[in-house]
Design a protein around this ligand. Structure first.
Ligand code: PMP
Length: 449
């Protein structure tokens, strides 16, 4: 029975719209997707007038919260005075590029795209062009966009992922030509031994290794000490390029992204999301010697909307805000307090709990230790009452992503009072979560999927 305006709109929309995977009931948005009217700061208002403290934050871009006034003002002024795009050269492109290169340690030069998927595709093409090799090594559980080239073994199911020490190369969608799989190698992440074995057998063929430096698409899993350092060494020794996909981490977890936090310089960096604080913009950047190859035109990269006036204005304004002194210290401190508080609330209800990630991007796990890779995460999720937490919080006006491979994403608009309010809602929710665990209501979508 349809009882809310969100449900009514969902029903109406399905007459002409096929459901988007990440926004649909299939991904756990039950009882019906939240139909959003508007956002402001840390808050969302839905079509029924319900207000939610939002931890989805547009899947990451909304680092300054919804409708951040300085960015909206700059974007609006640009639209009104100059237009949205020219597909010709303009001053804002270089200014936006400076805003990025001045902060990311391993990024001397950049090119803009409109989405993370495109920028990742460009990174792969570029690495292959630069090295003259075809093979790319990627890791289970990492997401680098949905292109044929790389959407393999992103979130494979246990019946298709193959042996622990030799993961299958599994397409992430129907419609991807099987032959593309021949250009990829897949490994479990955070496993130095696996990395060394692959490099021993295939090192000379590998054009690039692409990795999320902190595994955001699996609940913010941190790299094991020394793991990325070894990856850097092996790529350097064999002439392969190291690509950091910082679409989630860049401009979110610190001034200079994960590369600065972890002290590792990749050859290429994929960026999107927080660089535009909610506007559709992405970038590929890297070392001068590598990136300069792009300038001679041999490696094709295009896009009518690339570096349009509107998004460049947004990048400039967003970087000005996130570049303020202490911005990331405040953000991470608040997120850490939230994550610690959630663990405490769970423990108070008798649940085992811990969290992984950094303050600005984290996940809560109902386990003694956080997972180290996708397969471990899967094992935890299978026995986890997380879906009940999502449901109980939603009823109390706190919105998180229903799948546990998702993240809690905060913004600068989340104040201390919002964190307190969230922790109260969590404390009220945890008894039902403990009960769900006792009753075996566990796994993705509480076992409904
Ligand atoms: N890489 C990572 C690490 C991501 O998290 C995402 C999006 N979630 C992408 C690439 C793809 O970006 P987009 O959705 O802008 O195409």
């Amino acid at each position: 029975m349809i009882t809310t305006r969100s449900q009514q709109l969902f029903e109406q929309a399905s007459h002409s719209l096929v459901g988007s995977g990440t926004r649909s009931p299939r991904s756990g948005w039950l009882p019906a997707p939240v139909f959003v009217r508007s956002g402001e700061g840390a808050w969302l208002t839905d079509e029924d007038g319900n207000r939610f403290l939002d931890y989805v934050m547009g899947q990451g871009p909304l680092i300054l919260g919804h409708r951040p006034a300085p960015v909206i003002a700059e974007a609006t002024r640009t639209l009104q005075e100059r237009g949205s795009l020219v597909s010709l050269a303009h001053d804002l492109e270089g200014e936006a590029a400076d805003a990025i290169t001045s902060r990311m340690p391993a990024v001397d030069l950049v090119r803009f795209s409109s989405s993370g998927t495109e920028a990742a595709m460009y990174a792969l093409r570029f690495a292959r062009a630069f090295t003259g090799r075809d093979v790319v090594l990627r890791f289970e559980g990492h997401y680098h966009g949905w292109s044929d080239a790389i959407h393999w073994s992103a979130h494979p199911s246990a019946d298709s992922w193959g042996p622990d020490d030799a993961p299958s190369v599994t397409p992430g969608s129907s419609g991807i030509p099987a032959a593309v799989g021949g250009t990829l190698l897949v490994a479990r992440w955070n496993d130095v031994g696996a990395l060394e074995r692959i490099f021993a057998s295939h090192g000379e063929r590998i054009a690039a290794v692409i990795t999320e430096p902190i595994l955001g698409n699996c609940g913010g899993i941190m790299p094991a000490p020394g793991y990325l350092e070894r990856m850097r060494e092996l790529t350097r020794q064999t002439g392969a390029l190291l690509i950091f996909d910082e679409v989630l981490t860049g401009f979110r977890i610190g001034t200079g992204g994960a590369q600065e936090l972890l002290g590792i310089d990749p050859d290429l960096t994929v960026m999107a999301k927080a660089i535009g604080a909610g506007f559709p913009v992405a970038a590929l950047g890297g070392r001068r010697e590598v990136m300069e190859q792009a300038a001679d035109g041999r490696t094709m990269h295009g896009g009518t909307y690339n570096s349009n006036l509107l998004v460049c204005a947004a990048v400039i304004a967003a970087c000005r805000e996130t570049g303020a002194d202490g911005f990331y210290e405040r953000l991470n401190a608040r997120g850490t307090r939230l994550a610690d508080g959630l663990v405490e609330a769970a423990r108070q209800a008798g649940l085992e709990a811990c969290w992984s990630g950094v303050g600005a991007l984290f996940q809560l796990w109902f386990s003694a230790e956080p997972p180290r890779d996708y397969r471990e995460a899967n094992a935890i999720v299978a026995g986890s009452p997380f879906f009940t937490l999502y449901r109980e919080l939603r009823e109390r006006g706190v919105l998180i992503q229903p799948p546990q491979e998702g993240l809690w994403l905060i913004s600068a608009a989340h104040g201390d009072a919002d964190v307190d309010r969230t922790l109260e809602a969590a404390a009220d929710s945890m008894p039902a979560v403990a009960q769900a665990l006792a009753e075996g209501s566990v796994g993705p979508m509480g076992g409904l999927r």
